[in-house]
Design a binder for this molecule. Structure first.
Ligand SMILES: NC(=O)c1ccc[n+]([C@@H]2O[C@H](COP(=O)([O-])OP(=O)(O)OC[C@H]3O[C@@H](n4cnc5c(N)ncnc54)[C@H](O)[C@@H]3O)[C@@H](O)[C@H]2O)c1
Length: 355
């Protein structure tokens, strides 16, 4: 059994990890500054699980001082995770997502702990991602393989692997902060021998995600359906495509990385739901309508968001080869669990979204 500190442990992915590793019998501590709206609702769950909570900020070195001494792994799920909000306050994104990370890595180095990092597909340039020929189908855009030349790190069926070029074009401020952080993690493995692993996730989803228009759209769709909030497709006619990875599958990946840290330290993995778990926004609406019995008809804003992707699919085959990992939760099962969570947590969510 391992001793694990989860940074951002009160957030969506962090809380899912807290529960997953605690229920598997590990010793778990959670650390969070509760900046994400809704994260405070998870505090009673820490008590139920017997998880000690540290209210701290990764940007403050001194907040790490009181954390326990014997730590096997630091799992870093803390960040400002919205590609949209990043434009409002770039200084915040860049300091929060990079300087905070350096403190966390130094903490792991001092404690001799492994370090698992949540990076993102936003480290790739939207201009490069959107450069491939597409064709329009009734509910989604698809790649037009016949018009796509062979490209390193891209396969028109499996999507983008970690070999895809991160340089050039628009990344979003959030993406910029994460590519810096991603490289910092890789450097700490080489320069200071901290066993880091970088996971570049596509869209993550699952129960416990306090989704909003600017981040966490999969849960946001289910929340909007439940409370009859208006929705809007932003660009690409609502036919933009993403692969969806459910939080429990991400936890399984972290678990395998911990077990095999000697083999995967210093490595980078693209991880997502993959080609078998893709959804366009139009298709998400149809699925949520079916699961909830609602009849949502989102409006359409013609222009896509800055540095947004038309199609993203994570080619996760490196993680399969190295760790035997592949997603196990299919779209329908995963979405159903979100819809049920929204129903179960109705009164807490009503309070959160009404204000
Ligand atoms: N959700 C996704 O679709 C997605 C996709 C790719 C990568 N990621 C990455 O996964 C990680 C987890 O994302 P999430 O969706 O759970 O986000 P989240 O906002 O739900 O959780 C992040 C948590 O970190 C905390 N936090 C933020 N800044 C902090 C600081 N300075 N000190 C301490 N705590 C701080 C927040 O309060 C929050 O509880 C992030 O690194 C994000 O960039 C998320």
């Amino acid at each position: 059994m391992s001793k694990i500190i989860i940074l951002g442990g009160a957030g969506f992915l962090g809380m899912n990890c807290v529960r997953y590793f605690r229920e598997a019998g590990h010793t778990v501590w959670a650390f969070d500054n509760l900046v994400r709206r809704g994260s405070e609702l998870n505090l009673p769950e820490f008590r139920r699980l017997g998880v000690e909570f540290f209210h701290g900020d990764v940007r403050n070195k001194e907040d790490f001082v009181t954390l326990p001494k014997g730590v096997d792994f630091v799992l870093d799920c803390s960040a400002q995770p919205s590609a949209i909000d990043g434009y409002n306050n770039p200084t915040f994104d860049l300091t929060n997502n990079t300087y905070g990370l350096v403190n966390a890595l130094e903490f792991a180095r001092e404690r001799g702990a492994g370090f698992l990092f949540c990076s993102t597909n936003r480290v790739y340039s939207a201009d490069r991602v959107n450069a491939f020929a597409t064709k329009e189908e009734e509910t989604r855009w698809v790649w037009d393989a016949s018009r796509i030349p062979p490209t390193r790190g891209f396969d028109p069926v499996r999507g983008y692997s970690q070999e895809f070029d991160v340089d050039g074009g628009a990344h979003s401020v959030y993406g910029l902060s994460k590519i810096c952080a991603d490289l910092i993690c890789q450097e700490w493995a080489r320069a200071f021998d901290v066993p880091t692993v970088v996971n570049r996730f596509g869209v993550l989803a699952g129960p416990g995600q306090f989704g909003k228009c600017a981040q966490g759209w999969v849960a946001w769709w289910a929340i909007a359906a439940h409370f009859d909030f208006p929705l809007q497709y932003i660009g690409w006619k609502g036919k933009q495509v993403r692969d969806i990875l459910f939080a429990e599958d991400a936890c399984r990946l972290f678990e395998l990385e911990m077990k095999n840290i000697g083999a995967v330290k210093g490595q980078v993995f693209n991880a997502g739901g993959g080609a078998e778990n893709t959804l366009s926004l139009l298709e998400a609406t149809a699925l949520v309508n079916e699961l909830t019995g609602k009849k949502m008809t989102p409006g359409l804003a013609p222009e896509p968001r800055t540095a947004d992707f038309q199609i993203w699919v994570s080619d996760y085959r490196k993680a399969t080869d190295a760790l035997g990992w592949r997603p196990q939760i299919d779209l329908r099962t995963g979405y159903q669990s979100i819809v049920e969570w929204v129903r179960r947590e109705e009164s807490a969510l009503r309070g959160l979204y009404a204000s």
